[in-house]
Design a protein around this ligand. Sequence first.
Ligand SMILES: [Zn+2]
Length: 86
Amino acid sequence: MNLTVILTDASTFRVHKLGCIDAAKDLKAQRHGDTQAVEAATQNEVIDALWGDVIGNYDGAEADRVRRGCRAETVFVGCTKGLSQP
Ligand SMILES: [Zn+2]
């Protein structure tokens, strides 16, 4: 799925399907918002695309813990419900 990811002022991510009209509204709601295009088939692929630099600094159980933290900072909006979980 092709996605548009909004980076929010709180340094969290809001993930929309590409072309979703709500993505533009989400971006407008941010003072310093930014967008990133991601192509992924699963939510975990999105997490790795967005946070791979951070997660890559850890191994094993620690990496899993960090990934869960990153997941908590990433909102998958309803329009992405076609993405496989995890
Ligand atoms: Zn959306």
